[in-house]
Design a protein around this ligand. Structure first.
Ligand SMILES: [Zn+2]
Length: 614
């Protein structure tokens, strides 16, 4: 996942009710354990699995997709078919079965008996039928990249929403998909095409990781780093020719540095799916193994956030879709898979999104510092929470503002580790090697990575240096990163803005800005400001000035603590000029290249920004 850079709001995915999640978590194994009440937890084996998805104008008018699944079975035992409870990448329980209506099962020319076994599972009695077809209508009304959404001329759907699997049977089964739609409409998916509008997947994991666009939409493609990349956007015309060409330029720039990190391109072709809709607040992306789906408010199209979104989602095609925490390997679609390592999957991915932007020339060095400082300020403003706890907690959507803090904070952990590795190895090694090494040692060996794998790789890259203390303090613990000492190693200087602070609470009153509270010991208290006073100016800057804050910082930001500060107030009929003594609160941080950096620090900084060592 990825979200707009300005606030976490854009990525909020509040779909799952807490009640559903609690139910799923209280019952170990979720659907499977519930099935035990009925005496069967494993479906009869099925084979020759085929899905038909039908979306025509008539479907678009009612926002319903017709879905059918055909299979053969040789057993007389019940067939248990389930829909996933979640979509990988969107870490929340959704129970897609709730959008199913009109379920039906037919075999040997007659209707088959069926019942729900639990909220995700149907129990069908084949009654001797060798081939069975089940069908239902799916309500496609959720504009969410983990879900399904239809308009009169367009359908976006995820396989997790509509493709049933046989409960308790291996998920490594091949399947085919046929899409039935209007002759002049388009179909786009990352799935292997076998005939016009016919596709195949070699396992259920691949099947549900290849979302579809069906209907009227724009699509074009280009060669990037030797592979075909496709850009599909809805509605037609939503991405103007100039924005489209800017998007292609960004893709051409951010993909090659990401390939360099891992040393190989994991996909034969890649599709960027983009939906632009004014009912959507912010911007959100969801990753897949050879595609990603962005949903954007129109204002985000062509924004500075756009290349960051692309770079983040595409980096996921290595980090999380392939190299993945062991807790999520393999994906289990019927229950949550919390992991303390989501900060590696999401935060480190976001660090590499920034690096891909600067290494590919989408932003310059100063742009990279601005992206990094923004993350520091976001983390500083949040409740202190450890990366491991924030990773685990995302499934329950904490309401204290830390729901997605493992993105910026995990990204900063990546920066810190990269610098510490480069410093310990005299810039001979880097975090890039850690990522490449784990990709080879875990993903290529068909397993997820563990904490021992992660810290072992980090420590090895740093010439054997132990990170136990760092992990205890800053990853598993809540201690802030020691930026002054870390950034110095990379020749980067951190500056903390000082914000003049008056110490009053105000609100708009009938005759201006009225003081409603004066903080004890504050500059305002020292000056004798009282509740009920109308504030007119501070430091001769009118409180009505739209630029009040900026002008205050400009005028007094460099002044000494305790310097005199005139405050004009109206108290009843009187105009009073009071004198406060300046107080400051810590403001945002900014980063810049340190002109006094040592030659080693300059090499580390340059290596990080360019993706080089030595
Ligand atoms: Zn992500």
């Amino acid at each position: 996942m990825h979200r707009s850079s300005t606030s976490s709001v854009a990525r909020l995915r509040r779909f799952a009710s807490l009640a559903q999640l609690a139910a799923a978590m209280l019952i170990p194994g979720g659907a499977r354990a519930q099935s035990a009440m009925h005496g069967d937890t494993v479906s009869a084996p099925i084979r020759d699995v085929h899905y038909d998805v039908t979306f025509t104008r008539a479907n678009g008018d009612v926002r319903l997709v017709d879905v059918a699944m055909s299979f053969s079975t040789t057993s007389a035992a019940p067939v248990l078919l389930s829909l996933p409870a979640w979509t990988p990448g969107a870490y929340e329980i959704s129970n897609f079965s709730r959008w199913v209506t009109g379920f039906d099962a037919v075999g040997a020319g007659r209707k088959l008996s069926w019942e729900k076994l639990d909220y995700d599972t149907w129990r069908i009695l084949p009654a001797g039928a060798k081939s069975v077809r089940v069908s239902f209508r799916y309500v496609a009304d959720s504009l969410d990249n983990a879900m399904s959404w239809a308009t009169q001329d367009f359908l976006f759907f995820n396989g997790t929403n509509v493709f049933l699997y046989a409960e308790g049977q291996p998920l490594e089964f091949p399947a085919t998909v046929a899409v039935h739609t209007e002759p002049e409409w388009r179909v786009a998916t990352g799935m292997t095409q076998t005939a016009p509008r016919a596709f195949s997947a070699s396992s259920y994991h691949d099947l549900v990781d290849m979302p579809f666009f069906v209907g009227r939409f724009d699509v074009d493609s280009a060669r990037v780093a030797g592979r075909w990349v496709r850009f599909a956007s809805y509605p037609a015309g939503a991405v103007s020719p100039s924005t489209r060409s800017a998007a292609w330029d960004q893709l051409q720039r951010v993909i090659p540095p990401e390939i360099t990190v891992f040393g190989e391109t994991p996909w034969q072709n890649y599709t960027v799916f983009e939906i632009v809709d004014s009912t959507f607040a912010g911007a959100s992306g969801l990753e897949h193994q050879s595609s990603h789906v962005d949903v954007l408010a129109p204002s985000y199209v062509g924004s500075d956030f756009q290349p960051s979104l692309y770079a983040h989602e595409i980096f996921h095609s290595w980090n999380v879709k392939r190299l993945r925490p062991a807790e999520m390997w393999p994906y289990q679609y019927w229950h949550p898979q919390p992991t303390p390592w989501l900060w590696v999957s999401e935060g480190i991915t976001d660090y590499y999104a920034d690096l891909a932007e600067v290494r590919g020339g989408v932003v310059d060095e100063r742009g990279f510092y601005a992206l990094t400082a923004e993350k520091m300020n976001e983390v500083a403003a949040a409740v202190p929470v450890s990366l491991r706890d924030a990773s685990l907690d995302t499934w329950v959507h904490p309401v204290d503002g830390t729901e997605y803090i493992y993105y910026p904070k995990g990204s900063l952990a990546g920066l810190a580790l990269d610098i510490l590795i480069r410093d310990a190895s005299n810039n001979a090694h880097s975090l890039d090697e850690v990522m490449r090494g784990l990709y080879q040692a875990d993903y290529k060996k068909g397993r997820g990575f563990t904490g021992a794998d992660w810290w072992g790789a980090v420590s090895a890259a740093a010439g054997g240096r132990s990170f136990a203390d760092f992990a205890a303090r800053h990853i598993d613990g809540r201690e802030p990163f020691p930026w002054d000492s870390i950034l110095t190693l990379a020749g980067i200087r951190i500056r903390q803005e000082r914000v003049p602070r008056l110490g009053v609470l105000t609100q708009p009153g009938p005759m201006g800005i009225v003081v409603v509270n004066v903080q004890e010991g504050s500059a305002a208290a020292y000056a004798g400001v009282r509740s009920g006073d109308y504030l007119e100016s501070v430091g001769d800057i009118s409180v009505d000035d739209q630029q009040f804050g900026a002008k205050m910082r400009a005028k007094y930001g460099a002044s000494a603590e305790g310097a005199p500060l005139p405050i004009k107030v109206r108290r009843g009929m009187e105009e009073l000029t009071l004198t406060a003594r300046l107080q400051f609160a810590p403001g945002d941080v900014t980063l810049e290249a340190d002109p006094a950096a040592t030659p080693k620090a300059v090499r580390i900084r340059t290596g990080m920004l360019r993706g080089t060592t030595g």
